[in-house]
Design a binder for this molecule. Sequence first.
Ligand code: KET
Length: 448
Amino acid sequence: MRHEFTSSSSPADRRLNALFRHLATASTESRTAVAFCPTSGFHGDSVFSLVVRAPEDPILGVTVAYNKDPSPVKLNLGVGAYRTEEGKPLVLSVVRKAEQMLLNDRSRVKEYLPIVGISDFNKLSAKLIFGADSPAIRENRVTTVQCLSGTGSLRVGAEFMARHYHQKTIYIPQPTWGNHPKIFTLAGLSVKTYRYYDPTTRGLNFQGLLEDLGSAPSGSIVLLHACAHNPTGVDPTLQQWEQIRQLMRSKALLPFFDSAYQGFASGNLDQDAQSIRMFVADGGECFVAQSYAKNMGLYGERVGALSVVCKTADVASRVESQLKLVIRPMFSNPPIHGASIVATILKDSNMFNEWTIELKAMADRIISMREQLFDALRTRGTPGDWSHIIKQIGMFTFTGLNSKQVEFMTREYHIYMTSDGRISMAGLSSKTVPHLADAIHAAVTRMS
Ligand code: KET
């Protein structure tokens, strides 16, 4: 029997159906038929003998494969995680300083936080993304809740929409971060795509985007990458953002911004928040999921925030009361440490400045990697136009290499990347650029 949900089915039904479909499609290995025995349950050694092996995650699985490779020249350009010129993970000095301050403060305890997390952290996060002078904040029309990094913020926002918003369809760009469809489907939303990337120009398919959003049913939710689109590195210009805003507002499409790279695209926090601020400046409503994984290097601390900008303070406070009902049975309340680090840094102007300098240095190093890789390919005379390497922004380059070429580079050169040809520029260094350029050159000339 095919399980389909209709627009009138309950959120619980939709969730079950979504889960069913997810599990049915996720299994790659054939199921073994196991007979049910009335006395002992299922035949076989385990009550879990029906469990099929799931595939590795397309992004995090790259690190799993990398870790198993004994080669000394191996290079992990899969996951979007910043590395230094020495190829090492980086803990920002300002983060170390904040941690030291927290450690020295004997008044700090380990009690549960409120369901919505640390109040200061929430206020400062809203200020960071919407701007210090945001009228929406001043008018108390924004509610912000601390969540488990960007992923958790997206999930909480999606669960809220599945329960309380009249439209259950979310449009996501094609392509997008691989976890988006899973997060939204499992939350009970139905996922559709809008055209975003044009492989022939390696740029934005703006016409396609406008057409697809233009024909989306009124009220649909639209997922937008605030900046540094993952995986393509292609963002709309400010003029294009303005056109997108006008179209979306005219059709009452609800924006859900994913802001995982604020500061990483341009090196400037305000500039990278401009798309969001445009949508808030018009007085309309929107959702924003914020992550501190990349811009503060707090990947494993799982620090993020979900903000909902509403029309009035009263609506905002009612929305917050319902967000608490989403969070309480999901993870009860968020962890203290990471959000305390962020709050410590954001509320002290000296520490804030120190952070912006370190952030700019990370963004600049990525930009310099783009230039070095582009030059290295030009020097080698690698066939094709590689100018997109320097045109794209953010952590990733969407190289245009196909899955066979990627597989070749992994097999022959021990270079690990996602099969869609995305490479994390943040994982590259001056020392490893020649090795990557050799690999790309060989892949293009031998595997085209
Ligand atoms: N949104 C986008 C667009 C994104 O690229 C990531 C992470 C996240 C949200 C979530 O990050 P969090 O750590 O939950 O705050 N992307 C990288 C890591 C991953 O896949 O988990 C990546 O694409 O490599």
